[in-house]
Write a protein that binds this ligand. Sequence first.
Ligand SMILES: [Zn+2]
Length: 67
Amino acid sequence: MNDKQDRKPMRCSADGAKLNHHATMIRDPLNREEADSLDPVVDGVLIEVHACPKCGRGQPRPTGTIS
Ligand SMILES: [Zn+2]
């Protein structure tokens, strides 16, 4: 996993635990902002899925999100 990215770690909205980067997936953009950050290589928006080690809750985040 790439933990060297200069972005804030995600925290669980339920218990505040630091989320682990679980997976990265691709989906179609849902709005204009996402369309602007669309990755032309994969023709979609890269979504990071972060999972909470405490409660197992999963939270997606577009990789293009500015911290
Ligand atoms: Zn949690």
